[in-house]
Design a binder for this molecule. Structure first.
Ligand SMILES: Cc1cc2nc3c(=O)[nH]c(=O)nc-3n(C[C@H](O)[C@H](O)[C@H](O)COP(=O)(O)O)c2cc1C
Length: 158
């Protein structure tokens, strides 16, 4: 296993693949963590289809659309998530329901991956009727959410 040294902390070689189509909420969360932990490789699945074989740990991150992770991310995972990896699952959504991780977790489990953790928080949401009231979750993910996500990463992959 190849480790890398981040600000004195030993991390397993980690990639996060994300999909963020609504307000860039998930991108904000993931890029916020990347600026704290630059050696994590971060990929927007719309722009890049990385080879995940070389990673010890893979993060799967998405906004939630009709209770599901983004379809382009799920398609990529179905086709390209290697078997037997350590996986963590991340989402941002309007109401932050734990069960929203299911669509991604199921694919990872089908590939005999080990789910090492799940992180989620609210994200700014102006979908449908919420637009009429100026949206919900303004400012989310917040700096506090990003900090909590960094803590999660530290606990899970150091
Ligand atoms: C088409 C659409 C469907 C959505 N469906 C849900 C939903 O089922 N549950 C929920 O809590 N939020 C829902 N949301 C809100 C998003 O999950 C939330 O704004 C999320 O943070 C978006 O992430 P993103 O900006 O990274 O795409 C939906 C948003 C859109 C645009």
């Amino acid at each position: 296993m190849k480790n890398s040294d981040m600000k004195g902390e030993k991390f397993m070689k980690t990639a996060i693949v994300y999909f963020s189509a609504h307000h860039g909420n998930t991108r904000k969360l993931v890029e916020g963590a990347k600026s704290r932990y630059p050696e994590i490789d971060v990929f927007d699945v719309v722009k890049e289809k990385p080879n995940l074989e070389e990673y010890d740990v893979i993060g799967i991150a998405s906004g939630i659309y009709a209770s599901s992770f983004g379809k382009p991310l799920l398609k990529f995972l179905n086709e390209k998530l290697p078997v037997g990896k350590k996986v963590f699952v991340v989402h941002t959504s309007g109401v932050n329901m734990k069960s929203y991780s299911k669509t991604a977790v199921n694919i990872a489990k089908d590939k005999n991956c080990e789910i090492i953790g799940e992180y989620s928080c609210k994200g700014f949401n102006t979908f449908g009727p919420f637009k009429l009231i100026g949206g919900t979750g303004k400012g989310r993910p917040s700096e506090k959410d990003i900090k909590a996500f960094c803590e999660f990463l530290k606990n899970k992959i150091v």
